[in-house]
Design a protein around this ligand. Structure first.
Ligand SMILES: [Zn+2]
Length: 344
């Protein structure tokens, strides 16, 4: 009994301490976003641009997105006067009082992961996306200028660059994941034909299209990757029967989302709305993390937004078994499906 009492007394003290801590938190919490899954993103008001940029690791020139507008300076050989005039024009066009960044919360765009998945792989579309929603959080720090002070110490100017290949890989991965997710849709009945485009059972192993896998080394050279080689746990895919495409797809999404959330969220304690209870949540720390949290929210049914299976419009789920934004869309979908069945 005495052990329990001591425990209670100790936890009593601890709770009192925690309450003091809570008072401090309450003040800070006001400035924080309400939803645990939201991420506050900063978007540069000076825009973004593409530039051929030297990759800090490979040393190769690769297109990358940089913050700020593209500055067209007079080419080599122009007079110093022309050069200074161009610089002057540039300064004139910059409003020194304008804020450098605007902010938004990822919860204002609960379907952003879908918009990202639908991005065409062309530089204009990617630039438009980054100009509206900001960097993904996959950037590398690159050196703009580096020099030595007279005393021998180094100084430099660095900027974040998000390379085209990272964007392409992330868009492709979201694209295939959304395709698999939609094909698994239990409201519209799983589309096993669509799933067979992503998974095959060969030589007593389940395989997946290589482009679905993050950071797979031979990407581009190998079309199908053995799922057992991808994960360390042989029980994850090894025990799935050859005819169970639904199970392999579901398990794949679970493992992939876990992988994609790694290092892109951080755990924290937050208060509920009434300050009566705290809960442990995982808050995204980058835009890419926020989009994968949205994706995970669809799997765990905490993301209450869905895009219409017919027209693609995003709507809030009131009932769980709704797949369409309107009755009109539901009918149109039904007519198309009937036609498809007739034709086959
Ligand atoms: Zn619709």
């Amino acid at each position: 009994m005495s052990v329990v009492n001591t425990g209670n007394r100790q936890s009593g003290q601890y709770i009192r301490k925690l309450c003091r801590f809570a008072d401090i938190c309450r003040v800070q919490e006001k400035a924080m976003p309400q939803s645990h899954a939201s991420f506050i993103q900063k978007v540069s008001t000076f825009g973004y641009h593409w530039a051929d940029t030297r990759h800090p690791k490979s040393g190769k020139l690769i297109p990358a997105i940089l913050e700020g507008r593209h500055i067209e300076m007079p080419t080599h050989g122009t007079s110093i006067e022309d050069h200074l005039a161009a610089l002057d024009d540039l300064w004139q066009s910059i409003d020194p009082d304008a804020p450098s960044y605007t902010e938004y919360s990822s919860e204002d765009h609960p379907e952003l992961y879908r918009r990202f998945a639908n991005l065409p792989l062309v530089s204009e579309a990617v630039l438009e996306f980054v100009s509206t929603f900001g960097f993904l959080g996959v950037g590398h720090s690159i050196t703009i200028i580096e020099d030595e002070n007279p005393d021998g110490t180094k100084w430099g100017e660095y900027q974040t660059a998000e390379f085209a290949n990272d964007w392409v890989r992330q868009i492709r991965m979201m694209q295939s994941s959304v395709n698999i997710l939609d094909a698994l849709d239990d409201i519209l009945k799983p589309d096993t034909d669509a799933l067979h485009k992503w998974f095959i059972y060969k030589e007593s192993d389940w395989r997946v299209k290589a482009e679905c896998l993050p950071g797979y080394k031979n990407q581009g050279k190998v079309e199908w990757v053995n799922l057992d080689c991808w994960t360390d746990d042989p029980n994850e895919f090894g025990s799935i029967p050859a005819d169970d495409i639904i199970q392999v797809s579901t398990e794949f999404l679970r493992v992939l989302v876990t992988h994609q959330l790694e290092g892109r969220t951080s755990a924290m304690m937050i208060w509920d709305k009434n300050h009566t209870q705290t809960q442990l949540v995982h808050r995204p720390i980058s835009l890419l993390g926020a989009m994968w949290v949205q994706f995970a929210g669809v799997l765990t049914r905490t993301n209450r937004f869905r895009s219409c299976a017919e027209c693609g419009k995003v709507f809030e789920l009131v009932r769980r078994d709704k797949a369409f934004c309107s009755e009109a869309c539901q009918k149109r979908y039904g007519r198309k499906k009937a036609k498809r069945i007739q034709n086959t």
